[in-house]
Design a protein around this ligand. Structure first.
Ligand SMILES: NC(=O)c1ccc[n+]([C@@H]2O[C@H](COP(=O)([O-])OP(=O)(O)OC[C@H]3O[C@@H](n4cnc5c(N)ncnc54)[C@H](O)[C@@H]3O)[C@@H](O)[C@H]2O)c1
Ligand SMILES: O=C(O)[C@H](O)COP(=O)(O)O
Length: 320
């Protein structure tokens, strides 16, 4: 019988590689970031661990032996979901590994906008001693977390520590620790006028594509801040730009955009009330270890025993 094959399209440090090897000592493990390392192995790999961007051009749409694709990312919106579903290939996400880093980024953006840090950084560059307009407090304010999943729940915990009221939106309205109120998506428009901060942490699916457009920005308070770390396509970017340019909302913290990298021509770069991070909200030093130790290896053990991975198995009907 030919040796079972696992392809990991990432450079793993030796310790993590050894942990994987210990779990499947008899398997052929091909690991490395460069496509030259793994591209000829994709078709007969039983499991691929990796980014969609790298794998997509080469492998899984041919006559592959693939049984399970473990994504290196939480969002799987750019995976060929229909194809994977049709071929009964399991897809698991890296959801959960970003909960700490991204909730920290969300708060960095919220704090930055609230305390006008972006304005002071610009002034510092020109050695300008200038009191920005009255800055605001977060304490006592209301945050709406649109997508109360792994990232949203960690964000809610921090918000409670700041003395904020927390409203959540997700598929289920069952109450959840750290949320004062929880609603399903059909209540989005009714909660927006109450929120001082609107934080988007949903996956991109058919149900969230362009969830935020002109109407939603009009429903928000003029003093409210909008944060998006989910996916750019959840927002009609033109409508967001209009809302920001006309002061229909107070500002935005954006990690994701309709087209990435964000074009040099985008008006977002020049707006004073916007903080941009280049889709880096979730990258930290613990990323690889969390994907391998917290998700992949437990999933691999389950797969070996039960024939199916367990953690973060994508429901193809829901799309995440
Ligand atoms: N900017 C980044 O670097 C970065 C990193 C990680 C994740 N993300 C994005 O954040 C998303 C969420 O990540 P997560 O790990 O928290 O995922 P998760 O699966 O734990 O949580 C997703 C939440 O969104 C809710 N949801 C799904 N569809 C919805 C809808 N139509 N309306 C309202 N709520 C809805 C779900 O009920 C769930 O509570 C990812 O899918 C990805 O798109 C971005
Ligand atoms: O969803 C994620 O985990 C991050 O946004 C990174 O995903 P990407 O590299 O696929 O955009």
């Amino acid at each position: 019988m030919s040796q079972r094959k696992l392809v990991i399209t990432q450079n793993l440090d030796q310790g993590l590689y050894e942990k994987v090897k210990e779990t499947v000592p008899d398997w052929n493990i091909i690991a490395g970031k460069e496509s030259s390392v793994w591209k000829d192995h994709l078709n007969d790999a039983e499991i691929i661990v990796g980014w969609k961007k790298e794998v997509k051009p080469y492998g899984i749409d041919r006559d592959s032996k693939l049984k399970w694709l473990q994504s290196w990312s939480a969002g799987v919106d750019r995976f060929p979901l229909e194809q994977l579903n049709a071929k009964n290939i399991f897809l698991t996400t890296a959801s959960g590994v970003h909960a700490y880093p991204i909730s920290e980024t969300i708060f960095a953006l919220m704090l930055g906008l609230t305390r006008k840090i972006h304005t002071y950084v610009r002034n510092q560059q020109s050695k300008t001693w200038h009191h920005a307009h009255l800055s605001l407090e977060m304490h006592g304010k209301t945050v709406g977390i649109i997508g109360a999943g792994a990232i949203g729940k960690e964000t809610a915990k921090i918000a409670k520590a700041f003395g904020m009221k927390v409203i959540g939106i997700r598929h289920s309205d069952i109450s959840e620790e750290s949320f004062d109120e929880m609603y399903t998506t059909d209540h989005l428009n009714s909660i927006l006028p109450q929120c001082d901060y609107v934080v988007v942490t949903t996956p991109l699916t058919d149900g969230t594509y362009h969830l935020f457009g002109k109407k939603q920005f009009q429903l928000m308070k003029e003093s409210a801040f909008f944060i998006n770390i989910g996916r750019g396509e959840i927002v009609v970017e033109e409508d967001l730009v209009h809302a920001l340019e006309t002061d229909s909302i107070a500002g935005a913290g954006l990690d994701v955009f309709e087209k990435e990298p964000l074009s040099e021509q985008s008006p977002l770069w020049n707006l004073e009330n916007v903080i941009i991070t280049p889709h880096t909200a979730g990258s930290t030093e613990h990323y690889d270890a969390r994907v391998i130790e917290d998700i992949f290896i437990p999933n691999l053990k389950h797969y070996l025993q039960e024939g199916v991975p367990k953690i973060n198995l994508v429901d193809f009907k829901k799309g995440y």
